[in-house]
Ligand binder design. Structure first.
Ligand code: ADP
Ligand code: MG
Length: 260
């Protein structure tokens, strides 16, 4: 059964998409069968692995949510053999409102992903920067939430409403939902603020925070324009290597909890 992980934080620009794309690529080179689901109308995860938003007759996650096509028709290959993609397009923005009047409005993604659970070991959902119906669908479909935390002012303040939302979903549609972990992103060792935010996060969130820290690295911001994860664009860059490290830490946590 796949581990379904929602990569969520309602703040924009904190590294959700960068984390989704590069973690998915890292798990794929570790030969974990991985499905990356782009669930943000901005479609940056789609283009980040070389997909075309809205291409291939619009067979994307939006039409899957509407029930027009089965998930299998929206799954595409990527340059990496162990990594598949379900693309998004700008159409998905409509779903935020359209879902409200649909039956089973919170569980449509969960139902759609069920058919893929046997085929993948990990399913990563790149969420949009809001706590609207799309993110609620992702949190209902997921078994856990991976939270990127940017090492910037007010980073922790935004977490309160995210944790509250996670709590609400847990009390309702998805009682098994847990926090997978918190990953510090865009860390800049020369910047005191980065160290402060990191220390504060570890003090408050304890073991939820990964030891691996994602440093600010220009290769990570360049690689999307080549339609490649950093691993394919600049394998030896600090960015690519950090996400590999994160994937290893994650997998070793999984292994540790299985043998416990
Ligand atoms: P989100 O999906 O949360 O909105 P993104 O992953 O798109 O955030 O990141 C926002 C911007 O910051 C993007 O331009 C991305 O390339 C850049 N970025 C993200 N992480 C890093 C990093 N570790 N180093 C440098 N640039 C980064
Ligand atoms: Mg994003």
């Amino acid at each position: 059964m796949a581990r379904i992980i929602a990569v969520a934080n309602q703040k924009g620009g904190v590294g959700k998409t960068t984390t989704s794309v590069n973690l998915a690529a890292s798990l794929a080179v570790m030969e974990k069968r991985t499905l990356l689901v782009d669930f943000d109308p901005q479609s940056n995860a789609t283009s980040g692995v070389g997909g075309t938003p809205g291409g291939e007759a619009g067979k994307d996650i939006y039409r899957v949510l509407l029930g027009e096509i089965p998930l299998s028709e929206a799954i595409r290959e990527t340059p990496m053999p162990f990594l598949h993609l379900v693309p998004a397009s700008g159409d998905l923005i409509g779903a935020e409102v359209e879902l409200i009047s649909m039956p089973r409005r919170e569980s449509r993604l969960a139902e759609a992903l069920r058919s893929a659970e046997e085929s993948y070991e990990v399913i990563l959902i790149d969420c949009p920067p809001s706590l609207g119906m799309l993110t609620v669908n992702a949190l209902c479909a997921a078994r856990s939430v991976l939270i990127p935390l940017q090492c910037e002012y007010y980073a922790l303040e935004g977490l309160t409403s995210l944790y509250r939302t996670i709590g609400m979903i847990r009390d309702g549609a998805n009682p098994g939902l847990v926090v997978e972990g918190v990953v510090l992103t865009m860390f800049d060792a020369r910047n005191n603020l980065s160290h402060q935010v990191a220390a504060e996060a570890r003090e408050n969130l304890k073991d939820q925070v990964y030891r691996t820290v994602i440093h600010r690295n220009v290769r990570l911001s360049e690689s999307p324009s080549f339609g490649k994860p950093a691993l394919l664009y600049a394998v030896s860059s600090r960015g690519a290597q950090s996400y590999l490290e994160l994937a290893k830490e994650m997998v070793s946590r999984w292994n540790a909890s299985q043998t416990r």
